[in-house]
Design a protein around this ligand. Structure first.
Ligand SMILES: Nc1ncnc2c1ncn2[C@@H]1O[C@H](COP(=O)(O)OP(=O)(O)OP(=O)(O)O)[C@@H](O)[C@H]1O
Ligand SMILES: [Mg+2]
Length: 313
């Protein structure tokens, strides 16, 4: 299942250094899983056909941030769409299991969901912020109305004033002034729109949040603010995050564990610090070396093994 090396004090790590413990040990994910994926395969049946996801097995711990990295076309979005049951033909799930373990103590076989059960599950238990989501807000209705629609659909018992209050609260949570409930999408900056999408994904208090390249289109400062927000929110609310990006350096800063995907398969999965310090796969090493750093302060810590203060006099 999940492999991880026991790294000792992270402060002593640096890439290529001798590990604190002589050999990596294998241990299971340290939290209760909220999502278990086993032997999942997805094909696109168009043209000559594409094996987009190949025999992927993965567990996501409750409240953990799992980074999913890999080059364009390796199957990251397809995997995310399979988990949220948003794949449409020509995509076909050819094998595997996806099980959601609810905090209330029961399991849901995601592949078996249909009709109302599927509608109730999606957004409520597992929510997703899509690649390019900030451009998918409805241009002709206000932000407030769009958030309101989420509640009227999924929480019909809520009163109008409860919905309004909760919508304002959500915007505040993601750092947007609630006055923006009256705004249209074109009146907001890219960063604000992306925050609104995150607010909408969080509206129903999901236990897993899948974020597919949520900050790629944003400038580095806004990206940094949003990443900090996500890490704070997951501490506050305890949801797990599957954070998808091709930017491995960014994942090193925010993830508990990182999975590396290549040509549809997970080729390496480890604690972020260990993956950085001792990548097992040459492909992981290549990815680590191929992106310029965004150098957030925490990233500096991960990459250099030194604290922020030491790194920035
Ligand atoms: N609708 C589709 N029809 C046919 N093939 C598809 C379709 N969508 C994706 N694919 C193929 O499936 C593979 C995986 O695509 P996917 O979008 O999941 O990759 P990705 O890792 O999310 O890439 P990116 O980083 O560019 O977003 C690619 O080879 C892609 O061309
Ligand atoms: Mg994608």
């Amino acid at each position: 299942m999940i492999t991880s090396s026991d790294s000792g004090a992270p402060g002593r790590l640096s890439r290529g250094a001798t590990p604190a413990s002589p050999a990596p040990t294998i241990r299971p994910v340290h939290r209760m899983p909220v999502l278990s994926i086993a032997h999942l395969s997805v094909d696109y049946l168009a043209g000559r056909g594409v094996h987009a996801v190949r025999d992927v097995s993965l567990e996501v711990g409750r409240g953990e941030i799992l980074g999913l990295a890999g080059e364009s076309g390796c199957g990251k979005s397809t995997l995310a769409y399979a988990v949220t049951r948003l794949l449409t033909p020509p995509a076909l799930v050819t094998s595997g299991e996806i099980v959601f373990h609810s905090r209330e103590g029961y399991d849901i076989d995601i592949r078996a969901l249909t009709g109302a059960d599927l509608r109730d599950f999606r957004w409520d238990k597992v929510a997703m912020v899509f690649q390019g989501a900030m451009n998918s807000l409805n241009p002709v209705i206000t932000i407030g109305r769009q958030i309101d629609d989420v509640f009227t659909t999924h929480r019909p018992a809520m009163t109008r004033s409860e919905r309004r209050e909760r919508a304002a609260e959500l915007l505040t949570t993601v750092g947007v002034d609630p006055i923006r409930l009256n705004s249209f999408a074109h009146e907001l900056s890219g960063g604000m729109r992306q925050r609104v999408m995150i607010a909408m994904a969080l509206a129903l208090d999901p236990q897993v949040l899948i974020m597919d390249e949520p900050t790629t289109a944003l400038d580095v400062v806004v990206q940094r603010e949003i990443l900090d927000e996500i890490t704070r929110l997951r501490h506050e609310r305890g949801f797990a995050v599957i954070f998808i990006t091709h930017d491995l350096q960014l994942l090193l800063e925010i993830s508990d564990r990182i999975a590396i995907m290549r040509e549809g398969a997970i080729v390496e999965l480890n604690q972020a610090v260990d993956l950085y310090a001792h990548p097992r796969e040459p492909y992981t090493r290549m990815l680590l070396d191929s992106f310029p750093s965004l150098t957030g302060q925490r990233g500096g810590f991960v990459r250099t093994g030194r604290g922020d203060e030491e790194e920035r006099p």
